[in-house]
Design a protein around this ligand. Structure first.
Ligand code: ZN
Length: 311
């Protein structure tokens, strides 16, 4: 049974995207508006293709449907996670995601979206929007309906290596100049609260005010509760960044030989710096792989950093 599934990402082009996914990460994607690289995804909006090995050319969704043994025979009607690299050349819209319960009822059975960000790069003075300043539901409604965005939006400073968990109901936005590696539930449901009055092809993008008012949590959690300053870390270790009901996310800093136990189901792996080997197979910055249930023990070597995740 295959121990490594290597994936060819899919890309999305957006009004806020740039060129760094090609220039810094080496993806052969044309255009100057590349917003997202969906590195590990079986979502219908971007179903990745297996490269090499016994399943060369298969879609990840098909592998999940037909070869569940690769994933330790775990149950589930869809591959549960989605890993992206996001290049915010300009600000993303101020947005919020529903939880499973709300999405299941209002979005045709979709999953909700819990997500987290590992900050790959941030400019001097870079920020993210996490949470808001309304203290009551009435204040929230008045700020949003009245367009009092300066009162509403809560920006926090971030730097390379920070890690942020975004629970459903948390208002958020990635701001210009920041690149993140996002691990999330496999869902594409976003409610846009405010888009800076920007136009796309001459028209404003759709907002979702009523759904946003339904799902935004009031008051927001304190920023200290959602931001973990994970910069640095010790060479030759794998550190847990978060464990929540939907995923566990780990940061690996490989500096010479390192062996870790495999996962009974599967382990997602995205290399964001350096190069080396995994189970003897070469990997480099920008590579996305799944280490299957067949990999009982995983050996790393070389000099690289990666974000790993499992259910
Ligand atoms: Zn989001």
């Amino acid at each position: 049974m295959e121990q490594i599934i290597r994936l060819q990402p899919t890309f999305s082009h957006t009004i806020w995207g740039g060129t760094r996914l090609r220039e810094d990460y080496g993806y052969k994607e044309p255009g100057d508006d590349i917003g997202e690289c969906w590195g590990i995804s079986a979502h219908p909006s971007g179903d990745d293709t297996v490269v090499g090995g016994a399943y060369d050319g298969c879609k990840l969704s098909a592998l999940w449907a037909e070869h569940r043994e690769l994933f330790g025979n775990v149950s589930g009607d869809r591959f549960p996670l989605l890993v992206k690299i996001i290049d915010a050349k300009a600000d993303l819209s101020i947005q919020v995601h529903p939880d499973d319960a709300y999405a299941g009822v209002h979005e045709n059975g979709s999953l909700g979206k819990t997500e987290c960000w590992y900050v790959l790069d941030a400019p001097e003075g870079g920020t993210l929007v996490v949470g808001h300043n309304a203290q009551t539901k009435e204040e929230l409604e008045s700020m949003i309906r009245g367009g009092r965005w300066n009162d509403f939006i809560r920006e926090i400073p971030v730097k390379k290596g920070d890690f942020i968990q975004i629970d459903p109901g948390t208002v958020h936005a990635i701001k210009g100049g920041v690149m993140v590696l996002e691990t999330q539930q496999s869902s594409d449901i976003t409610y846009r609260v405010y888009d800076y009055d920007r136009l796309q092809n001459g028209k404003p993008r759709q907002l979702h005010i009523e759904q946003s008012l339904d799902v935004i949590r009031v008051p927001a959690e304190s920023p200290e509760k959602s931001v973990l300053h994970a910069a640095g870390g010790t060479a030759g270790t794998v550190t847990e960044l978060i464990k929540c009901p939907f995923y566990t996310v780990l940061k690996a800093i490989v500096d010479g030989p390192l062996t870790i136990p495999g996962d009974p189901h599967f382990l997602n792996m995205s290399v964001y710096e350096g190069e080396g080997t995994v189970l003897g197979t070469p990997v480099k910055k920008g590579d996305h792989l799944i280490l299957t249930a067949a990999a009982e023990e995983i050996t790393f070597d070389g000099h690289f950093e990666a974000i790993l995740s499992h259910i």
